[in-house]
Design a protein around this ligand. Structure first.
Ligand code: NAD
Length: 535
């Protein structure tokens, strides 16, 4: 292993030789297929991970159920105390974990550390929440009666996560799930197992110190089969899935068919609209970060740019200059702003989309090529691309599809209504079966309704944008880019992004079961609605 990689792994006690156990249910194990973790920057194999066999997945589920049976009785503020300790343990390893995210996923260092910070922040939030997850008392129409709406934990919560946020998405789920009294079992992306192993080890230490079962926060690494086992298990009342629309649709249907609960956080085909009165000193860097940040691999990345005719030419020229000036580099280096794409499959999606742009005679203002020179040819480095397709045909996949790569498609509009229509004109469910069935569909799928942003200083535009005739996305920003959400508000998208909500706001309410409890403390037993049933 290179010293670059072994330094990052050793700091988190991940073995730098031999095979790494990828299952935790109170004990570390793994006797299933071997999965390689590959560095997107150098192509180096970082580790060989022993994933969960079918039997180990079953046992882990059983252990999680057992862990739940004791954990649910711990008072919520005490669960908050456990989260406070997890927060501290993560904070102690913030830099190291952030570096691992950069090493294994490929995002730049500040973003890697930012992801860990997000986990820390949601722990803080959930510590507070553990004293505020209140039900309520409802006025009864019957004398001497009280009605309570009571939240109780659900049981086992399965978290299935995507490659691009290998730490934070689990954090959002774990913190709320644990505060609510559930035991959680995590199936991370098969391409970021080391991040999940490092995070689980840190949490396992805290659980051990508090004499709690390790399976309160279990881990099963593996591929589709392991995911399917959790999704189809009748012992898992809630599946929280983050990933592509294609897989989300399978997961959603499977969970619904057994009347389980599901949270779906799927893709985004996010748009930014720039009005002529916008403050360009905010809008240009905002669109730049939104589209190029994380090499275009955020679910909230800006993929469509709608520019008012009066400012379009100047805006595109300034944006193009920024695009041309960004240099690729090792995401672990402090000054790098452009890291690699995550894997070869992602690069082939980039290539395929550039080919499609050429086939529809789009004007490619910059990019459109990989970095083929050393040292970048060893990794998955591509040039961020701005394209201006000839027409705005929302049925063309260039507009209707989430391409998980740094490719920004721009178009010119004349009035805000038109731009809002384009912003919203994304299919509720994909009509393009060829996209969904293609071998690349793991990475490309039509996914819509997550984030949107309007750049303007005119309050009338803002009113329209936020109201019933405005953006129909789950995230509707003004003078702030499409990406970079905070944990305080609930996070999620509408339509084929799946309608799920995680993190802040009322998201915690999905991690509990609600009961309406009527208590009669009188000497009579009247029926509701005045019904008389006496002989
Ligand atoms: P993916 O759908 O390929 O994989 C997600 C997870 O599902 C992985 O853990 C994978 O192993 C598992 N999986 C695959 N097939 C399965 C099956 N049949 N049953 C059960 N599990 C299965 O997604 P990805 O490529 O890792 O991530 C990129 C996608 O995730 C993008 O579309 C992106 O927009 C989306 N995403 C959304 C959010 C959000 O909050 N809305 C956040 C991050 C990423």
């Amino acid at each position: 292993l290179s010293s670059r990689a072994s330094g990052v792994l050793s700091a988190l006690n991940i073995p730098t030789s031999g095979e790494v156990h990828g299952v935790y249910d109170g004990q570390w194990k793994g006797s299933g297929d071997i999965m390689e973790s590959v560095c997107p920057t150098t192509g180096e194999v970082l580790a060989r991970v022993k994933t969960a066999s079918p039997e180990e997945t079953e046992i882990a589920l059983e252990k999680t159920r057992e862990a739940y049976a004791s954990f649910r009785n711990l008072p919520a503020p005490r669960r908050g105390e456990i989260l406070r300790q997890i927060r501290t343990a993560l904070s102690d390893k913030r830099e190291e974990l952030g570096a691992l995210v950069s090493l294994e996923m490929g995002k730049i260092k500040t973003e890697g550390i930012g992801e860990v910070q997000e986990f820390i922040d949601i722990c803080d939030y959930a510590v507070g929440l553990s004293r505020m997850m209140n039900g309520r008392v409802v006025a009864s129409e019957r004398p001497g009666h009280s009605i309570l709406e009571v939240p109780n934990p659900l049981g086992v919560v399965a978290v299935l996560s995507a490659f691009n946020f290998p730490v934070a998405v689990y954090g959002w789920n774990l913190a709320l799930s644990l505060a609510a009294g559930n035991a959680t079992i995590w199936k991370p992306s098969p391409t970021t197992p080391l991040c999940s192993i490092a995070v689980t080890s840190i949490i396992a230490e805290v659980l051990k110190k508090n004499e709690l079962p390790g399976a309160v926060a279990g881990l099963v690494t593996g591929g589709k089969d392991v995911g399917e086992a959790l999704v189809n298990s009748h012992d898992v009342p809630l599946v929280s899935f983050t990933g592509s629309e294609r897989v989300g649709r399978i997961v959603g249907q499977a969970v619904a068919s057994r009347f389980g609960k599901v949270i779906l956080e799927l893709g985004g085909n996010n748009a930014s609209i720039v009005m002529p009165d916008a403050d360009m000193s905010l809008a240009i860097p905002g669109v730049f970060f939104g589209s190029v940040g994380t090499a275009g691999q955020r679910c909230t990345s800006t993929r469509r740019l709608f520019l008012h005719r009066d400012i379009a030419t100047g805006f595109l020229e300034k944006l193009r200059k920024l695009y041309m000036s960004i240099k690729p580099g090792d995401p672990l280096a402090a000054d790098t702003l452009l890291g690699p794409m995550h894997n070869k499959a992602a690069v082939s999606v980039y290539d395929g989309t550039v080919e499609h742009l050429q086939s529809i005679s789009a004007e490619v203002l910059c990019g459109g090529k990989k970095f083929n020179e050393a040292p970048f040819n060893a990794g998955n480095f591509v040039r961020p691309t701005i394209a201006v397709p000839r027409s705005v045909d929302m049925k063309d996949k260039i507009w209707s599809t989430e391409t998980f790569a740094p490719i920004l498609n721009a178009a010119v509009f004349d009035d805000l209504e038109q731009a809002i229509e384009w912003n919203n004109a994304v299919p509720q469910v994909s009509e393009d079966q060829s996209v969904l069935e293609s071998p690349k569909a793991e990475v490309v799928a039509t996914s819509q309704g997550l984030s949107s942003s309007l750049w303007t200083r005119d309050v009338r535009n803002i009113g329209k944008w936020l109201g019933p005739s405005g953006s129909d996305a789950g995230i509707v920003n003004v003078n702030a880019g499409t990406s970079g959400a905070e944990i305080g508000a609930s996070f999620g998208g509408n339509k084929s992004t799946g309608w799920g909500r995680e993190s802040g706001g009322d998201a915690w309410k999905q991690y509990v079961r609600w009961s309406a409890c009527t208590i009669n403390f009188s000497d009579e037993a009247p029926l509701a609605q005045g019904v008389n049933f006496s002989l």
